[in-house]
Ligand binder design. Structure first.
Ligand SMILES: Cc1ncc(COP(=O)(O)O)c(C=O)c1O
Length: 377
């Protein structure tokens, strides 16, 4: 099955009981048992729900893994994955991970003894140097948010295997349509499905896919024990979103390329960050491991004042956190998504006050470019 077909016909795409072509929303918490333990595969919806299961099988199919898991948010998914580790274990992470990932590692999971080190994983040598006897995993976000840095997943997974570590990839920005980390050697891939997978700014969710039965069993144990599961309505919304993921990503990419070209030629834009640019330091790796470059672009206009001027004039880009929706969104990472990262650390990473991030949507690109042009003037 090719990729767009799999988005529509993968997983459990219809209801076997009725033939309904849209999988039903099983809005239910518990299930009748004919005798003690005599159930039809479902006992209680934290443990398993048919609609959530349909989504979990679908995401497993499109990421090419052995089992999928749906959570109430991307952060719940990330936390559940980290709960595979024990007190005293150490994880190496990409230095400009999503601010919430940095926060949960350094302000929550540190309290239960899970240590973390943040390094620029786009330079593979940094990963090697950070490995300790207690290291258990390498956690990569690629492309990163908001600087669009790229890590070579295959190279990182090779180091991980040599050192008996797990490779975990946050694939939110690329989506399974463009990039499949498990095929590149990763063990676990996860998503903030709130973004492109849902795609319509109407659901908060997280998805995880693992590549073997042992990890599947362990993660299901954590999911059922800690309980951060996705509800049936939201599971259904994600199944619906996934059906159009392919065409949305193709169209987003086409719009983004035109916008990047416009921004590059603009005198008020100091720097454009986009992995599809040949001048991007990791362009060759991006091209090797992903089939597309995505719809996220960051550009530096030099100061917070100039960024604010753009925000006050822009019309079609909605000022909002989040990304990956049909509507174009704009944000200033230093004061929004990455505000939880200390100022000095933001400076080290290059997340400047004049950095503007856009998530390109599906409007007519002529309108989007005209809007950016008037806001930049
Ligand atoms: C790359 C990335 N990972 C994880 C998350 C967290 O996901 P959620 O907001 O669904 O909890 C986000 C949210 O913005 C993100 O951008």
């Amino acid at each position: 099955m090719k990729r767009k077909t799999k988005l529509i016909h993968g997983g459990i795409s219809e209801d076997p009981a009725t033939g309904a072509v849209s999988f039903p929303i099983y809005q239910v918490s518990t299930y009748k048992q004919e005798g003690v333990g005599g159930h039809k595969g479902y006992e209680y919806s934290r443990t398993g729900n048919p609609t959530r299961n349909a989504l979990e099988v679908l995401i497993k199919d499109i990421e090419g893994g052995s089992a999928g898991f749906a959570f109430g948010s991307g952060m719940a998914a990330i936390t559940a994955v980290m709960m595979l580790f024990n007190s005293g274990d150490h994880v190496i992470l990409t230095d400009d991970v999503y601010g919430g990932t940095f926060r949960v590692m350094t302000k929550v999971l540190n309290r239960v003894g899970i240590d973390s080190t943040f390094v620029d994983t786009s330079n593979i040598e940094n990963i090697k140097d950070a490995i300790r006897p207690t290291t258990k995993a390498i956690y990569i976000e690629t492309p990163t948010n908001p600087l669009l840095k790229i890590t070579d997943i295959e190279a990182a997974a090779k180091i991980a295997k040599e050192n008996h570590l797990l490779t975990i990839v946050d694939n939110t920005f690329s989506t399974p349509y463009w990039q499949n980390p498990l095929e590149l050697g990763a063990d676990i891939v996860l998503h903030s499905a709130t973004k492109y997978i849902g795609g319509h700014s109407d659901v908060v969710a997280g998805l995880v896919v693992v590549n073997n039965d042992k990890l599947a069993e362990e993660l299901h144990f954590v999911q059922n024990s800690t309980g951060g599961v996705l509800g049936p309505q939201d599971s259904w919304l994600l199944i619906r979103g996934i059906k159009t993921l392919g065409i949305r990503m193709e169209e987003t990419e086409a719009n983004t390329k035109a916008i990047v070209e416009f921004l590059q030629g603009h005198s008020k834009v100091e720097k454009v960050f986009y992995p599809g640019l040949e001048s991007h330091p990791n362009h060759a790796i991006a091209k090797k491991q992903a089939r597309g470059f995505g719809g996220m672009v960051s550009f530096d206009v030099g100061s917070a004042e100039k960024a604010d001027q753009i925000l006050s004039k822009i019309n079609y880009f909605t000022l909002a956190e989040s990304l990956g929706a049909v509507e174009s969104l704009i944000s200033v990472p230093a004061r929004m998504t990455h505000a939880s990262i200390p100022t000095e650390r933001r400076a080290e990473l290059g997340i400047t006050d004049g950095l503007v991030r856009i998530s390109v949507g599906l409007e007519d690109v002529e309108d989007l470019i005209e809007d950016l042009a008037q806001a930049l003037e």
